[in-house]
Design a protein around this ligand. Structure first.
Ligand SMILES: Nc1ncnc2c1ncn2[C@@H]1O[C@H](COP(=O)(O)OP(=O)(O)O)[C@@H](O)[C@H]1O
Ligand SMILES: Cc1ncc(COP(=O)(O)O)c(N)n1
Length: 266
């Protein structure tokens, strides 16, 4: 079995973050390992993020990377520039491919992202990546395209993000894109592909982005081609949103077990 590492934050409500990643890895038959960077707690009125120290992130990374052979790595919320640098330092000499979920914009709150962090992400982390998977808001921040509301805007933003040094880009258009369809746009060095599903009118999308990126990571580790991995991840997250767990009138978490349950009954 392949070993897959996620470097990410904890989402105590278990929609996104390290919980979503590990559940997705388990459902897709890879062995999940984790390095925790931050703890996020959400209530009806608050969004609290507590970052771990860079030393602690380094210690966890060293523990994993020097002890077990890792087949693929995913990064999610790193918390701050110090944790990003610590991650870059440990991963730079490690030859394993990397999927970067930029995690700059949350559905649970209107958080603002520190400019230094965005610069470090663009200049230090993205050039190490094999694939990056921004949502629409993150694609605007990374590409500098101020508003993405047409397929042409999506294509232009993906090209600008690719030019930052990450050869493959998937833009998750999700609920933020106009219309009744949820699109994922994949730009590789030689081709471009659109994947789509109907847009579900539900609140159970917390963790959709993490789940989608984690599913791609697991499938790449299992030697799926990038196109096949994105296609199957699109279905995996669609079923997870459809069977998600409502939490309040505004919140609800993706359920990563939906794909396996559906497969078992089909
Ligand atoms: N309302 C929806 N209906 C169907 N699929 C969705 C919906 N919202 C998101 N998705 C799926 O979840 C993935 C994650 O998208 P999104 O929620 O925008 O990312 P993030 O969680 O990073 O903000 C998308 O690529 C899409 O496949
Ligand atoms: C710790 C943590 N990291 C990331 C997300 C983003 O989740 P989503 O997949 O909804 O963008 C989250 N909710 N919590």
């Amino acid at each position: 079995m392949q070993n897959v590492l996620t470097v990410a934050g904890s989402d105590s409500l278990a929609g996104g973050g390290i919980q979503a990643d590990l559940k997705t890895f388990e459902e897709l038959d890879v062995f999940g390992l984790s390095v925790l960077t931050s703890i996020v707690n959400v209530t009806q009125t608050q969004f609290n993020q507590h970052n771990l120290s860079a030393d602690l992130v380094t210690e966890q990374l060293k523990s994993v990377l020097t002890t077990i052979s890792i087949d693929f790595i995913k990064t999610g919320l790193l918390g701050n520039s110090a944790n990003l640098y610590a991650t870059v330092e440990q991963l730079s000499d490690y030859r394993t491919k990397l999927v970067i979920d930029p995690v700059l914009s949350f559905k649970e709150a209107n958080t603002t992202t520190n400019r230094d962090y965005v610069t470090s992400l663009k200049e230090r982390l993205l050039p190490l990546g094999f694939l990056t998977t921004p949502n629409l808001a993150e694609a605007c921040i990374l590409s500098g395209v101020t508003s993405i509301s047409s397929t042409t805007d999506v294509q232009q933003a993906a090209q600008k993000i690719q030019a930052l040094g990450c050869p493959n880009v998937v833009i998750k258009c999700g609920s933020r894109f106009p219309g009744d369809t949820a699109y994922n746009y994949l730009l590789t060095e030689s081709d471009a592909y659109w994947f789509d599903t109907p847009k579900l009118a539900v609140t159970t999308t917390d963790g959709a982005g993490c789940t989608f990126s984690a599913a791609i990571t697991a499938l790449l580790a299992r030697d799926y081609s990038l196109v096949d991995a994105v296609q199957l991840a699109t279905r995996f997250v669609y079923l997870g949103i459809q069977a998600g767990v409502p939490i309040s009138s505004q919140l609800g978490s993706v359920w990563q077990g939906a794909y396996r349950q559906k497969e078992a009954h089909s």
